[in-house]
Design a protein around this ligand. Structure first.
Ligand SMILES: [Zn+2]
Length: 301
């Protein structure tokens, strides 16, 4: 895969955090397994569970990075490895704290930094790491369809949700709670457009109960209205992402102006930012739904 351990800091970037994590795990298996990453030996099992010489950080803060620095200062059995997820959340203070160690790490030490994109990582940190970019696999949609045995519409939806990564798509498909959430969300998007009798408080509850999948939730909502807008402009069903809801999307699209749909997408984008700050969650959810309803009322043909 890559020369190890000549370079001891890698920045692995991928639009899907899950895929970046799998790439990091593959590197660790290769590093610790005496058979080159067999996946079945006791060494591999330790890598997969808890290895005393591997430290995993999900947030690169000054204090956790200091812990990592002292962790690598203790001599390992063979290798020391530190996996830093969300390296694009690193602020300047955190970056400063780890710079020297990245530049001159102790012997047999590997740092694996994971991020969505290189541009989000402080440049001083990125420039001290070897870049590894993971991109979507060719033919993933076809593979999703044949291996999971799903219809073409579902395969396309899974392809989009997974960013084109087969294993990610399988995980999403097997996550029944996620698929249920998506189905209910699509129904909500459709009802929001019909307006009449829309149960704001019921759906505010629904959004609140999916707090832990908020970014997926926003992504799906945006894609629904984006589908309507794209279909409205192009009349090309093939460009619809949410193919399993294509009938409803194509039927509703003529009832709305492009302006209304663009505004709805902006409302969702703005709300997403609002939810990132500490807010009264329920209030923010209700506000978003009311704003969308209002937008419909204003623009509906
Ligand atoms: Zn092994």
């Amino acid at each position: 895969m890559m020369p190890l351990p000549e370079t001891s800091a890698y920045l692995i970037t991928c639009s899907r955090p899950g895929a970046a994590k799998r790439a990091a795990d593959a590197i660790l298996l290769k590093l610790y397994c005496k058979k080159g990453g067999c996946g079945n030996c006791p060494d591999c099992a330790r890598v997969k569970n808890a290895h005393p010489d591997i430290m995993r950080l999900d947030a690169p803060k000054v204090d956790t990075l200091r812990e990592a620095i002292s962790f690598v200062s203790i001599k390992p059995e063979r290798y020391k490895a530190v996996v830093i997820e969300n390296a694009d959340d690193m602020n300047a203070a955190a970056a400063n704290c780890i710079l020297k160690t990245l530049e001159q790490p102790p012997e047999n030490t590997v740092f694996l930094l994971l991020a969505r994109s290189r541009s989000g990582v402080p440049p001083t940190v990125a420039s001290r790491c070897a870049a590894v970019r993971i991109s979507a696999e060719d033919g993933a949609e076809e593979k999703i369809k044949s291996v999971l045995g799903v219809d073409a519409a579902t395969a396309h939806v899974l392809f989009d949700l997974s960013g084109g990564f087969f294993e990610e798509a399988c995980e999403i498909y097997r996550d029944e709670a996620f698929m249920r959430m998506r189905a209910e969300l699509l129904e909500m998007c459709e009802k929001l457009l019909r307006q009449k009798g829309f149960a704001v408080s019921r759906y505010a509850d629904f959004i609140e109960s999916n707090k832990d999948r908020l970014s997926a939730l926003f992504c799906i909502m945006q894609s629904y209205y984006r589908d309507m807008l794209v279909y409205k402009k192009t009349k090309t069903p093939e460009l619809i992402i949410n193919r399993d809801a294509a009938d409803k999307i194509m039927k509703a699209a003529p009832d709305f102006t492009s302006g209304a749909l663009s505004n709805i997408i902006s409302i969702i984008l703005e709300s997403e930012r609002r939810f990132l700050a500490p807010v009264n969650f329920r209030l923010a959810a209700e506000k978003m739904l009311f704003c969308i309803l209002e937008e419909n009322a204003k623009w509906k043909k």
